[in-house]
Write a protein that binds this ligand. Structure first.
Ligand SMILES: [Mg+2]
Ligand SMILES: [Zn+2]
Length: 169
């Protein structure tokens, strides 16, 4: 199966730091169109997100799952969230750790995949998996050296270039 894997904050929803109120969860322009197009082309869409706010006691898993309901309604197949925070303890699921990436590959027999993220630290593990990498937004000063396969200002621009990124083959 072909998979498209997304970071959440800053890619699917507007970056506002920790999202702990429903009102702060605002989808970015074009994301619904992108998911729809991917589904029409037979892609499975996944999200991998670090949600250390759970470990920090800002919100809990039940609330987070409710927050994600609209994404499931948009056809997102599975949302993997790391509830851990490095101040509380280490884990193997917080990006850039690759546990969730490997889980997707193993559970869903992924033949080809593309990862879309706003931080290259999320893209580095994807490249190690052999996946295509797409950065949304600008480079950051603390980015590790990494050249994404594609780089776009925003999801609208990604949609404009959909066919070159998600080429049928
Ligand atoms: Mg992000
Ligand atoms: Zn974790």
């Amino acid at each position: 199966m072909r998979a498209a894997i997304f970071d959440r904050d800053g890619v699917v929803n507007v970056e506002t730091g920790y999202v702990r109120r429903e009102a702060d969860f605002v989808l970015v322009p074009g994301i619904e169109e992108l998911f729809g197009r991917l589904h029409a082309d037979g892609y499975a869409v996944f999200i991998i997100t670090n949600q250390g706010g759970i470990d920090l006691g800002m919100y809990d898993r039940t609330w987070l799952k409710k927050l994600h309901a609209p994404l499931s309604e948009m056809g997102v197949k599975e949302i993997f969230f790391c509830p851990h925070h490095p101040l509380v303890g280490r884990c193997l699921c917080r990006k850039p750790e690759s546990l969730f990436y490997e889980r997707i590959k193993a559970r869903h027999a992924v033949s080809a995949a593309t990862m879309v993220g706003d931080r290259v630290r999320d893209l580095a593990p994807a490249r190690k998996m052999g996946w295509k990498t797409v950065r949304i937004g600008k480079a950051h000063a603390d980015d590790p050296p990494f050249a994404p396969d594609f780089s776009f200002a925003d999801v609208v621009e990604l949609n404009d270039n959909y066919l070159s990124v998600f080429a049928k083959n």
